[in-house]
Design a protein around this ligand. Structure first.
Ligand SMILES: Cc1cc2nc3c(=O)[nH]c(=O)nc-3n(C[C@H](O)[C@H](O)[C@H](O)COP(=O)(O)O)c2cc1C
Length: 333
């Protein structure tokens, strides 16, 4: 499939997840296969325009992740256009706009999902960005703000007319946050009505579900929490889509993933890196964050989660993982 001029080798993608889908994690998922697109964690348009180091760090990516979409948030058309130009200058393949974040800190500033409440303004933002850059501009939205405002079908059409090259829809409202189920009928309805590709997002935790959504009419599927639980899920979905059985993932493979993630994170340049030991602490916190998802559904997973959360050093963390998963430690470059 294609988004504008950008070819995707697979219609399955890692959904943007703030705090989770950093470049190291995306690289590892990509290496395991089946991933046609990665999207960064959301990045502030304001921070990009002002050149804030922390913001630039969130937008960091490596060549092996291509095609890469950098997701930005904001509500001011001029600033969003300027941020899109910065994203283009950073060499990203796609710039994505967050119209789905329900968190008040973001939504309060006329950004994230609150843009859905002002569809004309939202379309103006997309129009300004599409005029300012050559790379495709895409939009990720929810079903709407609340049950009374489920306007994703109308907004999707408006942003298409304004120049968006693809749309992704998480089939819940902002009011729902993560409760209830994603409305995939709504997503399929939007896919049917638009000429640009439509990605669906929500509740795919098994590879069969991902392939099933594709068959139900969307062009692509963005998988979020399912990838945090099982980084092989996109590769397994690709196996199924090709008529093969989904590949097996052993306990040792799962342990090795965490060890490889630690190795990559250790080599990451992070901000701030000033105080001694702060980098190790950051890595430990990253593993704790992933651990809360990764251990779900594992036998003795809650025990492992508790142990990870009480482990302070990287050496201890490596030992704990190696002994839980029966993994032989190796060093990944
Ligand atoms: C921890 C977390 C962080 C998220 N951060 C973002 C984000 O930065 N931008 C965004 O568009 N969506 C974000 N989302 C929403 C996901 O991209 C996705 O649409 C949603 O989780 C539903 O898909 P899933 O059921 O496959 O997780 C986030 C979700 C989670 C769980």
């Amino acid at each position: 499939m294609k988004i504008g001029t950008v070819d995707l080798a697979s219609p399955f993608a890692i959904a943007p997840m703030a705090g989770m889908t950093d470049t190291a994690f995306r690289r590892l998922v990509k290496r395991h296969g089946g991933c046609g697109l990665v999207v960064t964690e959301m990045v502030s348009s304001e921070g990009l325009v002002r050149g804030i180091d922390r913001t630039l760090e969130y937008a960091d990516y490596t060549e092996e992740e291509r095609p890469v979409s950098i997701q930005i948030f904001g509500g001011d058309p001029e600033k969003m256009a300027a941020a899109a130009q910065i994203v283009e200058g950073m060499g990203a393949d796609i710039v994505d706009v967050n119209m789905g974040c329900p968190v008040p800190k973001i939504a309060r500033h006329n950004a994230g999902c609150s843009l859905m409440r002002e569809p004309t303004h939202a379309a103006t933002v997309i129009g300004a960005m599409a005029k300012a850059v050559k790379i495709p501009v895409t939009v990720k939205m929810r079903a709407g703000w609340n049950d009374a405002e489920r306007n994703a079908p109308a907004l999707a059409r408006m942003v298409e007319d304004a120049g968006a090259a693809a749309v992704a829809v998480h089939g819940r409202t902002a009011a729902q946050s993560y409760s209830g189920l994603a409305d995939w009928d709504l997503v399929a309805q939007i896919a049917d009505a638009l000429t640009i590709p439509v990605f669906g997002s929500g509740d795919c935790v098994e590879p069969e579900q991902i392939v099933g959504k594709l068959r139900a009419g969307v062009e692509g599927v963005l998988v979020g929490r399912g990838v945090l639980r099982n980084p092989w899920i996109l590769a397994q979905a690709q196996d199924l889509a090709a008529g093969r059985p989904a590949r097996d993932v052993t306990l040792a493979d799962r342990g090795q993933f965490l060890l490889d993630y630690i190795d990559l994170l250790e080599r990451e340049r992070v901000w701030p890196s000033a105080s001694p030991g702060s980098h190790d602490k950051w890595v430990v916190n990253k593993i704790r964050a992933l651990g809360s998802w990764y251990t779900k559904g594992l036998e003795n997973g809650s025990h492992l989660r508790t142990s990870i959360n009480s482990t302070e050093s990287l050496d201890q963390l490596r030992e704990l993982i190696a002994s839980f998963f029966g993994t032989v430690q190796s060093c990944l470059m």
